[in-house]
Design a protein around this ligand. Structure first.
Ligand code: M6R
Length: 609
């Protein structure tokens, strides 16, 4: 989604802002802009398209400015155009604002402003906010921002500059993240994502919803919207610069696929006691008893995280014997769900900022559920609003297509299921067996990754086919869904994933000569049934690409291409079977010249409905 960067200090602001915007590129955007304060004036530049276009626009005006704000925009209200790009400027030309989020009552505010003879120049919801700040401004920008925000309905993360108060940036948030990085005395960088901050400092303050901060050269102060001072804890950013750089890989997606041995190790580290067969999840310590007694568990998430939730559903019913279900957060939040006593809701999200998942978590809490988070981004909104939770600790994920976060989500859910299982019916030897197998998984990832080139060669044969099917059963049904989503989102090939048995109820009509059909056909309780499904596709001319268990020679006779994963207990198979499908999607996208890390129409974190 949109990105915000702001800088105040003694260095030239523009290069820092541009660099910050580049760090946020991965989130997706269609235009960009920046404003600096220069010789008592606001100097604004905006451009449609890449940040390079914005750089090309910059002239000598403002080159030495030491304070500025910048933005990457993902169009919601008003198409992508220079006029609609941020920063937006108040009618008097003295105040500039960048905004993430949506001002829902912008039409009412626009009518009010027109009545006051204030005209908006753009089609955006954002511009009314800066015009409103201009309307309220009486010599104190912090107060004007506060007054304007009291009139606003919707969500925002904002940064505001005022030419008449050239030593401060005012920032505020409600529903859209903002982080203040403390670089040194009188030097701060503010951003909507730590990726824009980490090269300057690891010391940050996370603003909470309903908070504002005035960042000045002589320090910063944080208050509520009602101007009550708030003392904030300075925290350390968890990741380093090299984790958000390509490090020799051609794309972040490939880097993150190849990182999975390491990222899974980080997720499991300190949490598995293989000697005693015990799992330790510190974030749940105060709630394990309540969760183990839960009458119902609901996983809620979107996209890839929803697929992880579906694996979780299988894990929790199978291992922990707790009734579980998985719901799209976007549906859960609006359908007035019944939450009975003893319900635990688990929100799963890499970013911790997905608007629907956050709203579902709030709905669950309001209705009395224990609300847990399985989140990657430390300090994110969902992480902060959950009653308790488990961090993935898999490092920042930059590629829009979620890969390493998925395997870490599944690993966390597996640990939770084993831990709760032990409090219910899972025996110590059974738990130990699963924990030992889980501990071996990071080391087994490389055997799957070694097949990357073979996967590329196989994909090449079908690269012009526009329809693919992904089929799996049991624990590998969610993996079929995930394989199809990966292929769709980065290579723009139409793909469908479904339980293999469902194929006979309609989709089998699609199968024609040469159609690629991917089967996840590992040794599992339904192996023989999957083989029958393969026969059904073969006899209709479909081409079989199978993910199978190492040593399974029989499947070679049935499939055109076989990719192997090590033999692991059935509940843990998704951790490995998804990897060949991630590689398949990656190679398909590269072969079709698609922009792997920034697929069209997609953003890394969907912070609007
Ligand atoms: O940050 P989140 O995990 O909450 O994001 C959820 C989805 O938007 C995300 O998984 C999306 O489906 C990815 N593009 C999938 O690769």
């Amino acid at each position: 989604m949109c990105g915000i960067v702001g800088y105040i200090g003694h260095k030239c602001a523009r290069p820092i802002l541009i660099e910050g915007l580049k760090r946020l590129e991965y989130r997706g955007y269609d235009s960009a802009g920046l404003a600096v304060l220069n010789d008592g004036q606001v100097a604004v530049s905006r451009a449609v398209g890449r940040i390079a276009n914005l750089e090309a626009r910059l002239n000598g005006d403002g080159a030495n400015a030491t304070i500025g704000i910048a933005h990457t925009r993902w169009a919601t209200h008003g198409g992508p155009s220079e006029r609609n790009a941020h920063p937006h400027i108040a009618q008097n030309g003295r105040i500039a604002l960048v905004h993430n989020g949506i001002i829902e009552n912008y039409r009412t505010l626009r009518t009010f402003l027109e009545g006051m003879k204030v005209c908006c120049q753009s089609e955006t919801d954002t511009e009314v906010l800066v015009q409103l700040i201009g309307h309220f401004y009486k010599g104190n920008i912090e107060q004007a921002v506060r007054d304007a925000l009291h009139e606003v309905q919707g969500t925002y993360g904002i940064a505001v500059l005022c030419a008449d108060e050239p030593d401060r940036i005012v920032v505020a948030r409600k529903g859209s993240p903002l982080i203040v990085g403390i670089v040194g005395p009188g030097e701060y960088i503010v951003a909507s994502d730590a990726a824009a901050i980490v090269q300057h400092t690891a010391q940050v303050v996370y603003l909470a919803d309903g908070e504002m901060a005035t960042i000045a050269r002589d320090g910063f102060r944080t208050t509520t919207l009602e101007n009550v001072p708030v003392t904030k804890e300075v925290q350390a950013v968890e990741f380093s610069l090299d984790q958000i750089e390509l490090g020799g890989y051609e794309h972040f997606m490939l880097k993150e696929i190849f990182e999975q041995g390491q990222s899974l190790s980080m997720t499991l580290r300190g949490r598995l006691n293989t000697r005693e067969g015990v799992i330790h999840l510190g974030g749940l310590a105060n709630h394990t008893r309540d969760i183990a007694r839960a009458r119902r568990l609901i996983f809620t998430a979107q996209g890839t995280a929803w697929h992880a939730g579906l694996v979780g559903e299988y894990l929790f019913e199978d291992i922990a014997k707790i009734p579980a279900e998985t719901e799209y957060a976007s549906e859960f939040r609006y359908r007035n769900p019944l939450i009975e006593p003893g319900t635990v809701v688990i929100a799963i999200s890499q970013s911790g900022e997905t608007a629907d998942t956050l709203a579902a978590l709030r709905e669950a809490k309001e209705k009395g559920a224990l609300a847990l988070g399985v989140i990657n981004a430390v300090g994110s909104t969902i992480a902060r609003e959950s009653d308790a939770g488990v961090y993935l600790h898999c490092g920042p994920e930059i590629g829009v297509a979620s890969t390493k976060a998925f395997t870490s989500q599944v690993a966390v859910l597996a640990m939770m299921a084993i831990q709760l299982g032990r409090r219910r019916f899972l025996s110590q030897p059974e738990a130990k067996n699963l924990i030992d197998a889980l501990a071996r998984i990071p080391g087994q990832v490389s055997a799957v990754l070694e097949q990357s080139e073979a996967i590329r060669k196989a994909v090449e044969k079908y690269i012009h086919r526009e329809n693919w099917l992904f089929l799996g059963r049991g624990y590998n049904y969610p993996i079929a869904l995930e394989g199809a989503l990966k292929l769709k989102e980065i290579s723009y090939i139409h793909a469908e994933g479904m339980p293999a048995a469902e194929m006979k109820h309609g989709p089998i009509a699609l199968i024609n000569e040469g159609m690629p059909v991917v089967f996840i056909a590992t040794r599992c309780s339904q192996y023989e049934k999957v083989l029958s499904n393969i026969e059904e596709v073969r006899s209709r001319g479909g081409r079989i690409i199978a993910v199978a268990t190492e040593g399974d020679e029989h499947i070679r006779e049935m499939a055109q291409h076989v990719f192997y994963v090590p033999d692991v207990p059935e509940p843990l198979q998704p951790l490995l079977t998804v990897i060949p499908l991630q590689l398949l999607a990656y190679h398909a996208a590269v072969l079709r010249n698609c922009n792997v890390d920034k697929p069209r129409n997609l953003a890394k974190s969907v912070t609007v409905e």
